[in-house]
Design a protein around this ligand. Structure first.
Ligand code: NAI
Ligand code: SOE
Length: 422
């Protein structure tokens, strides 16, 4: 059995975080033990193997809802202790950073409690289910930052080498003036057989495909262009499957699998209160026009996170289903030689983060983005810089404003200036 987390008071906890030296071990507590709980645990465990970190990592405590499962999770992934009360993690004097991997409606309460207790916080995306929660988180993080406490958001795709490299190409001006941003995040697990897991409940998720998937591509568009959305010109929000099976327990990450229904009677059905798809058009400050589309019912697209930028000197195109590759069009070369080229973004000398992993074309996977994010978080807390910019709560709030503008635009059937969304 894993030991239970320490119950020392939050006062002593905040003192211990603030006085921690920039080379002292970074003691982490995680809340949530399922899909992201596993992805982050793997990252905390493995970042010190792959990277020379400025601080050692101590995987101090894991928190879940079921005692036995959480204890097993802690043993399996290498957390020293476990608890079923997340507030113990927040209050513990043995923890410097709280990692929030729970459904969206819990992000604000957990993150703000941790920041107020003087802990650094790394929180999953979207920042929150609602703009009000996101604003409260931004404000709490700003207050905490004045005391040296940092916030981080897991927009993990920024740390896929091909996308980090694309960011660098744009920053060097290789695309010239950007005219188009074309972003889709398409999945197809939302068919009618998928039960009513928390992702279909607006009280827990905030929204459906929109907050879940558009959040990623809005963040990516902002990260790649270095520019901000000024207007959502129009939007469509659609729920195709309005009623879903109620199950006691979801069995499979994301879609719940067959789930477990009570007895043999016809399954009880409940209402899905979120969108299955949201599409919108937008304008960027620098003049680019953009389209965004997120869907859970785009049959045949499993995890197709795609983004294309077209500038007057070149274009880039990325598809997460081929995550080690970046498509590149150089418009500055002799016209007859122009064509899309496929760059394998796996060369340590040229492509961000690859230096920590494997030789050229020994491809990286989904988990490496999280491992690289841990490396950047730890190094930042050791006084260093991330390899590419890291989103904090203030940054993620800007993405949340775009999400909100798109919803308003869909519901009011008209354009929404970002200046209207505060
Ligand atoms: P999940 O349903 O697989 O896991 C949620 C976890 O939260 C479970 O372990 C559950 O027991 C725990 N939990 C729920 N209520 C709790 C409470 N009151 N106290 C303590 N623990 C509680 O969900 P998943 O997929 O891990 O998503 C979690 C968050 O991560 C969401 O915000 C989601 O949007 C985000 N996410 C991000 C991804 C990315 O690519 N960055 C990928 C998948 C999810
Ligand atoms: C499910 O749609 C999901 O796991 C999202 O929650 C993640 O953020 C995305 O990266 C992959 O798909």
């Amino acid at each position: 059995m894993a030991k239970s987390a320490s119950k020392k008071s939050s006062k002593s906890a905040s003192r211990s975080t603030r006085s921690a030296s920039k080379s002292a071990p970074l003691r982490v507590g995680i809340i949530g033990t399922s899909f992201m709980g596993r992805a982050h645990s793997n990252a905390w465990a493995n970042a010190p193997h792959f990277f020379d970190l400025r601080r050692p990592v101590v995987m101090e405590a894991a928190s879940g809802r079921n005692g036995q499962q959480t204890c097993r999770f802690a043993e399996q992934w290498g957390w020293r202790t476990s608890t079923t009360d997340w507030r113990e993690i927040v209050a513990s004097a043995d923890i410097d950073l709280v990692d929030v991997c729970t459904p969206n409606h819990l992000h604000a309460e957990m993150s703000i409690a941790a920041l107020d207790a003087g802990k650094h916080v790394s929180c999953e995306k979207p920042l929150a289910g609602t703009l009000d929660d996101a604003r409260a988180m931004r404000d709490a993080a700003a207050k905490a930052k004045r005391k040296g406490v940092r916030s981080f958001v897991w927009f993990n795709y920024r740390r896929v080498p091909a996308l980090a490299f694309a960011h660098q190409l744009v920053a060097k001006g290789r695309l010239g003036t950007i005219h188009h941003v074309r972003a889709n995040y398409l999945q197809d697990w939302g068919h009618p057989d998928t039960p009513l897991v928390w992702r279909f409940d607006s009280k827990q998720a905030g929204s459906g495909a929109h907050g879940d998937l558009n959040a990623h591509i809005i963040d990516l568009a902002r990260f790649l262009t270095g520019d901000e959305v000024t207007e959502v010109v129009g939007a469509v929000e659609e729920t195709f499957v309005t009623r879903r099976r109620i199950v006691e327990e979801a069995r499979v990450a994301i879609k719940g699998g067959a789930g477990r229904s009570k007895g043999k009677a016809a399954p009880k059905m409940g209402r899905s209160t979120v969108d299955d798809a949201v599409l919108f058009l937008a304008r960027f400050k620098g003049g680019a026009v953009a389209s965004f589309e997120a869907s859970r019912l785009a049959t045949g697209n499993l995890n197709r996170n795609m983004i294309e930028l077209n500038g007057d000197k070149g274009s880039i195109r990325f598809d997460f289903e081929r995550m080690n590759e970046l498509q590149w069009w150089d418009h500055t070369i002799e016209p007859g030689l122009r064509g899309w080229s496929r760059i394998m973004c796996t060369e340590a000398e040229h492509h961000p983060y690859v230096h920590a992993y494997w030789p050229a074309a020994h491809g990286l996977g989904y988990e490496h983005g999280f491992v690289s994010e841990v490396a950047d978080i730890v190094n930042m807390l050791g006084g260093g810089e991330p390899e590419v910019p890291m989103p904090d709560f203030a940054d993620a709030f800007e993405t949340q404003r775009v999400l909100e503008a798109a919803v308003l635009s869909a519901r009011e059937r008209g354009p929404i200036a970002l200046s209207q969304v505060k």
